[in-house]
Write a protein that binds this ligand. Sequence first.
Ligand code: ATP
Length: 292
Amino acid sequence: MKEITLDAYGKLNLTLDILGRRPDGYHDLRMVMQSVSLCDRVTIRETENGQIALRTSASYLPCDRGNLAYRAAEAFFAAVDVANPGVALYVEKRIPVCAGMAGGSADAAAVLRGLRRMYAPQLSVEELCRIGERVGSDVPYCVFGGTALAEGRGEILTRLAPIPECWAVLCKPDFPISTPELFGCVDAKKLTSHPDTPGMCESLERGDLNGVLRRVYNVFEAVLPEKYSEVFVIKDKLLDLGALSTCMTGSGPTVFGLFDNAAGAAQTAERLRREYPQTFCAAMVNLGEQFL
Ligand code: ATP
């Protein structure tokens, strides 16, 4: 196999909770994650020069070690007993960048999945996740995919029952939110509301969409500085347009609204896109072992 193209799915946080601060400086997280159909496309082509090369459709992204996809290829060949014959990576970006959707981690995970298929098909999901961990905290989940509980820094993964059929409208306002800044706003001991993570897991297990919708929650919303209040404006607009539940994903600024029918989601996305060009409609993607 000399060339392969893979979808690199973005993710939503159905829940995001911060449990405390660890001695290593990272936060202890507990998140219910969900893959969505909004995806980048990653192509891996074998070359014969022993090098890693990367191009991307987004001219402002780095093409060297600064790109998580590049780092994933380095980490892969450093971890497996195969010499790099030379690989050219092409990343077609569709997931908005700095959006809270783990776009860069999704690209890295797609590179790992692709290289595994090409050079080390015996590697298990767990082994590939451990390689991903060296690239970034969200990469193991992106390798795992589907509906999952992510704990620790995000690398301890448990498969959950797939989310019942629903659709998301994703709206990214035109400003970035700095992840370190937002973590700096959180004092885990002072957080008064937390998502009902066990209830979310049980609702998923029961296939109870209403139970899921009621429990969607991200603790970052409670500490969001005033200058990012547009996030709440978008949440209100999504609710006015028929969303059954809304939430910011990751450290934002993307906000999503969930719908129980595709037509309602598509109409809402069309309306919101007039004001926020980076608005997308997505289906939920449920993946298991076959994802690899
Ligand atoms: P997360 O949800 O994991 O916090 P995010 O969606 O907020 O991530 P990304 O789009 O994954 O953010 O990446 C943001 C940063 O990572 C940018 O500074 C960007 O330059 C860098 N980056 C490195 N590689 C990539 C990539 N392949 N795609 C997007 N950004 C990348």
